[in-house]
Design a protein around this ligand. Structure first.
Ligand code: ADP
Length: 404
């Protein structure tokens, strides 16, 4: 019964993990969520979360296919399988081909697969997740939602690297990521701050394990910190963000490192982890910094410096700055990082309300700046999964075949 299929399943598939959330109707909170981790290894397992209850199911070395089939069996037992009307898939790289969410079929899937050269760590895993999910849940529409799509409005001057034409023709340009989050937060900011949807300028800082900042003009991305890959820009958990390519040539020559070694160095061993020598986790580093750990202090200082510098730079891509918005695990929870960053934004006329800042954590949203004069600063909790579900929901009811 098509009319009973009101739920949307959202899938985010990585190389050895798979996260999912199930949304009922337009409710913002998932009725069931969880992840399958260590896929393909002996300790693979599926964790299901419903309200405060958590169930862990051993998958005994099972991979993505086992995890999804086990999840479907569980949804069947809970009477939820027949309620699913569409599946939304997070796809990291859509190149310049996918400017919006797209219904998946064999052709679209092949195009996403062909873009793997731009995101070798992400797209192949995303494609695998789609293939398995389409086999297991073949009777409902599947929709690809791209991290890059929101940024396809960035003008040429901002997305072009200063390199020879043959490389630019080969697709080497800035694409930007976290688009689903930036797009969602931009809309929420308009509501929260009472902005004119057709006349506003924002800089959004999405700060998590991966971090990026985006300038949004009247709801559209006009500049962003990430580039061809999610490595460019801000200091992240284990990623370096910006670094002089000359420094990489130097390290490569000096240490005779291979391209793969350098990839690992900059993607997995750098950022907060590399700076602190302690952890990639902001919370851990804040505690360590408070106790005087020099590496942790340095890591926080470099992260904040780069962030403030980017926010200032991105503001120049806007005719006017109405607000700086913080989101993501760090942006939503770390009053310390927000305070240190806003202290660096005096030139933009932003002043912190310390009390409001101190009370903003755990999913709370609100203004944290002190005066009505000058741009505001605000915290908005992101909800990428729900935003993906929103993109997939319009496809409910299209070409539904009988289950099984
Ligand atoms: P991901 O990019 O993997 O989705 P998240 O958005 O969940 O990551 O962000 C994870 C980061 O948020 C970690 O660095 C974590 O330490 C940080 N974080 C979460 N809660 C706090 C907190 N209370 N104070 C400081 N940092 C926090």
């Amino acid at each position: 019964m098509a009319e009973a299929r009101t739920h949307v399943l959202v899938i985010n598939c990585g190389s050895s993990s798979l996260k999912f959330s199930l949304f009922a109707g337009t409710d913002r909170a998932a009725i069931l969520s969880g992840l399958a981790e260590n896929l393909g290894q002996p300790e693979s397992r599926l964790i299901l979360k419903e309200n405060d209850a958590k169930v862990t199911i051993a998958l005994d070395g099972g991979s993505h296919d086992t995890a999804l089939r086990r999840l479907m069996a569980d949804l069947q037992e809970r009477g939820l399988l027949d309620a699913i009307g569409a599946v939304g898939h997070r796809i990291v790289h859509g190149g310049d081909r996918f400017v919006k969410a797209t219904r998946l079929d064999a052709e679209v899937l092949a195009e996403i697969d062909a873009l793997s050269y731009l995101a070798p760590l992400h797209n192949p895993a995303n494609v695998l997740g789609v293939k398995v999910a389409m086999e297991v849940l073949g009777w409902v529409p599947h929709v690809a939602v791209f991290d890059t799509s929101f940024h396809m409005t960035i003008p040429q001057s901002a997305h072009t690297y200063a390199i020879p034409q043959e490389y630019r023709d080969a697709g080497v340009r800035r694409y930007g990521f976290h688009g689903t989050s930036h797009g969602f937060v931009a809309k929420e900011a308009v509501d929260l701050l009472g902005l004119d949807p057709k006349d506003h300028g924002l800089v959004i800082a999405h700060l998590g394990n991966g971090s990026s900042a985006t300038a949004v003009l009247n709801g559209e991305s006009v500049d962003t910190s990430m580039g061809l890959t999610p490595l460019e820009g801000l200091v992240m958990g284990t990623r370096s963000g910006d670094i002089d390519p000359g420094a990489i040539f130097h390290i490569a020559r000096q240490d005779k490192q291979s391209i793969d070694d350098l990839d690992t160095l900059l993607n997995r061993k750098s950022g907060l982890l590399g700076l602190s020598g302690l952890s990639n986790d902001c919370r851990t580093l804040e505690s360590a910094a408070a106790e005087g750990h020099e590496g942790a202090i340095l890591a926080m200082e470099v992260m904040v410096h780069r962030l403030a510098r980017y926010i200032g730079g991105l503001a120049t891509s806007l005719p006017r700055l109405d607000a700086v918005v913080f989101t993501g695990g760090i942006g939503e929870n770390s009053s310390f990082v927000r305070a240190k960053t806003i202290a660096r934004l005096a030139a933009l006329g932003i002043k912190l309300d310390e009390n409001a800042n101190g009370g903003m954590f755990g999913g709370r949203c609100g203004v944290i700046s002190a005066t009505a004069a000058g741009p505001a600063a605000a915290v908005i909790a992101t909800n990428e999964e729900w935003a993906i579900a929103n993109e997939a929901r319009p496809y409910i009811g299209q070409d539904i075949r009988k289950a099984g």
